[in-house]
Design a protein around this ligand. Sequence first.
Ligand code: AMP
Ligand code: MG
Length: 416
Amino acid sequence: MTPLLNVDSALANILANMKTLPAETVSLSESHNRVIAEDIVSPIDLPPFDNSAMDGYAICSEDSVDADHANPVALSVAMDILAGSAPNRRLEPGQAARIMTGAPVPAGATAVIPVEDTDDDWQKGDSSPLPAEVRLYRQLAPGENIRRAGENIAAGATVMTAGAVIGPAEIGMLAGIGCPRVDVIRRPKVAILSSGDELVDIYDDLAPGKIRDTNGYTLAALIRQSGGIPIRLPIAKDTMESIRALYRRALETKPDMLISTAGVSVGAADLVKAVMNELGDIDFWRINMRPGKPLAYGTIQGLPFFGLPGNPVSTMVTFEVLVKPALAKIAGRPYKQQTVKAITAGPLKSDGRRSYNRVILSQENGRIMAQTTGIQSSGALMSMVKADGLAIIPEGVTLAPAGSELDVILLRSPDC
Ligand code: AMP
Ligand code: MG
């Protein structure tokens, strides 16, 4: 039997074969959470013009020298500038312009005094008449309360670099620079193949000996979480013909990757490897990890293929460790496994393979503690429902006693 392959070598081998997909153009609203395929340079200054950061009066800051409550400086009000308007006159010394937040600062003005620091008692939202004069109650430094043209981003500066993920702030910036369409990396389509005579779908009755297909649903969710598009196919029976037909159907959907679960071990009905060998090439199978030893990786018609183990926890853990980074590379997504160091609250056991133990994390005296979720059977999916992370027991180690420090892969943000 082939020797077990080390997890890191398996991953390196897989990643070396992944090619990032080409770009497609989408509308700005559709670009949320997508990976940008090009550097975006701002064609304009943002803000496009000097504007007021406050509701108040634009003034020449020298006019406010030594102003205070006891000795206010009076200026004549020469203009009223609302947001959206464009002042067409210069502000002269001795003058003030009533100005609203976001309105362009007129030439000649060097500061904006907030209305609260003047004798004007207009209420916000009130269309009070323009006063003839305004008194300033304090001195202003040049530039105070003026947002300079280009201070957010200058024309020619980079807004986003290729490979970054477009979030809400990025969408706002792209809207701000007037970018209605964006080139993004195409989302990978991933075909999901489940097989097993015992499997029925969620709508079907549970006849004796049957269980529901959970992996098809879990995998679809994991693929979506990684930015991919899942394609679920019907469940195949444990026969060569049925599995072969399923693969052919999967290939017709023109996927970028294929993932099967089950049928990849050494059982009498484990036919996936045989079909894979017939239709494609297996690069390796059997990995030194727990759960997840029976995993096959290869290519079918040049497309990456993962034959994941059927046990629901094994499917999820192998996806997390090996498929997620591969899918990120195809999708052009930045990827870094999120881990924390945690102290084991009780002993954790392994069989000497690299083990991924499901744990609940909590904070105790400034340290992160890892508590087992309980039964660690690779069939017990509830262990994943409860888990904040996967505590890694390195290969060669069979017991991590209470108090050991382990790396834990974060599956979600823990409460601590
Ligand atoms: P196998 O690799 O086919 O021997 O399957 C290993 C275990 O995983 C068996 O207990 C199967 O019943 C179970 N299993 C296989 N496929 C699925 C699936 N799609 N959903 C839930 N459990 C599965
Ligand atoms: Mg089976």
